[in-house]
Design a protein around this ligand. Structure first.
Ligand code: ATP
Ligand code: MG
Length: 411
């Protein structure tokens, strides 16, 4: 069986990797709660139409990245490539479209068939926030500020820049699309094959192309600004005003269009130069049309998702481990007393373990290797007298402590 390997693009999270991962989720969950987001958990697989219908049939995700399969009952199912579609599906099928706003936080695995590289996997994990209901730019600002506060709480906001753009409303986009078609049509022969197809079906998608030849053309393409309707321009100006009020720094970048098709008005990314090509750590925008496409009523919404692997890589300091107290019974007699002691420590919320087997010296060495902060030694004599020898491994100080006082001493 030793030919078995983890599936390409998947990773095991063990030790430090898991601690970083958990620290990102714990921190995000705590900060999101201060903004009033409640956590939801939706299934990891959905009816394929949940994604195919909503992410846009020219998006990279739908055209080439989905893990879709037919189950034994003949249904076409897909491992979720992102979280927003499932949250909107749950909103509609759970009858929550009449109970707005809904402020949703989620964390969990996502699946995309991509070429694995640093910061890009086939099973990866996201945290995300969705603010469903409010149509006003204050909601966009709050969603972004929540993301910024999470990056700050993780200690990585200095390394990231918020890049902001607007995709306008539908009339703005229609006018812009025509200008893009005119521009790129003049360079037809220089566009990649994929972008030629986008030119027919969704020209804004060309702005998101990763092809180097395309990117050179994109650099000189028209921006949306002159095509914004007054309403769209006002929305964008308000958003910027709110972000400044909330102390969230940003830089405008008219090239940001996002990889999924469902966005309008706000589009943004938090980017870093510290991760090479995989520089986007958090990304999102306004998606007013999505709930309706899922079969619900027209419902405005805004949100973002962030890649946990990329955030974990940026963490400067290790979240560290809680160092344990090791209880060591010496001889068979004190075992029962040692069990009582270790259980009372645990029930008081202290990380405590039994030092199994070996002579005292070996067990002390093992406690040191485990990074223990203290050892509690209970021999025959201590057990009989209802005491223990407590050694602080940082200072080396040793003292005799009554068993009844152990929790107090080690808290
Ligand atoms: P990219 O341009 O890097 O492919 P994307 O536009 O496909 O990103 P989104 O769908 O917006 O990304 O997902 C939000 C975030 O999730 C990304 O900014 C990134 O941090 C993370 N992410 C996306 N795909 C992957 C992946 N395959 N592996 C690891 N993280 C990912
Ligand atoms: Mg992608």
């Amino acid at each position: 069986m030793n030919d078995l390997q983890p599936v390409r693009g998947t990773r095991d999270l063990i030790g430090e990797d898991f601690r970083r991962h958990a620290h990102v989720i714990d921190t995000a969950r705590r900060v999101a709660a201060t903004y009033g987001f409640d956590e939801w958990s939706t299934p990891i697989f959905e009816d394929t139409r949940v994604f195919a219908r909503t992410l846009g049939d020219t998006s990279d995700v739908v055209t080439k990245e989905m893990y879709s399969f037919t189950d034994r009952g003949g249904e076409s199912l897909t491992l979720r490539p992102e979280g927003t579609a499932g949250v909107c599906r749950a909103l509609v099928t759970g009858g929550l479209t009449q109970s707005l706003p809904q402020k949703v936080f989620y964390a969990g695995p996502m699946f995309r068939y991509e070429r694995p590289q640093k910061g890009r996997y086939r099973q990866f994990h996201q945290i995300g926030c969705e603010l469903i209901g409010p149509a006003e730019p204050l909601a966009d600002a709050e969603a972004i500020a929540c993301g910024w506060d999470i990056l700050t709480a993780l200690g990585i906001s200095d390394e990231t820049v918020l890049e902001l753009n607007t995709l306008g409303d539908k009339p703005s986009r229609d006018a812009y699309r025509a200008a893009l078609v005119a521009y790129f049509t003049a360079y037809r022969d220089r566009l990649s094959e994929e972008s030629l197809c986008r030119l027919e079906r969704n020209p804004m998608r060309i702005l998101d192309s990763k092809d180097l030849g395309d990117r050179a053309l994109v650099a000189d393409a028209p921006t949306i600004t002159p095509f914004l309707t007054e309403a769209a321009a006002t929305f964008y100006a308000k958003l910027q005003e709110h972000l400044s009020r909330m102390g969230v720094p940003y830089r405008e970048n008219p090239r940001i269009v996002r990889g999924l098709d469902y966005y309008s008005h706000t589009a943004f990314e938090f980017v870093t130069s510290a991760l090479g090509a995989q520089g986007t750590v958090m990304a999102g925008g306004r998606y007013d049309g999505l709930v309706e496409e899922m079969g619900g009523p027209a419902t405005p919404a805004v949100g973002w998702a962030a890649g946990i692997e990329r955030l974990s890589m940026l963490l400067a300091a290790s979240p560290g481990v809680v160092s344990p107290v090791i209880v060591i019974p010496v001889g068979d007699g004190p075992e029962a007393v040692a069990i009582d002691a270790v259980q009372s420590l645990r029930r008081a919320g202290i990380r405590a373990e039994i030092g199994y087997r070996g002579n005292l010296k070996r067990r002390m060495e093992r406690a040191n290797k485990q990074g223990a902060r203290a050892v509690v030694i209970i021999g025959e004599d201590e057990a009989a007298r209802g005491v223990a020898q407590v050694k602080d491994l940082a200072s080396g100080a040793q003292s005799e402590v009554a068993l009844a006082e152990l929790v107090l001493k080690l808290s």
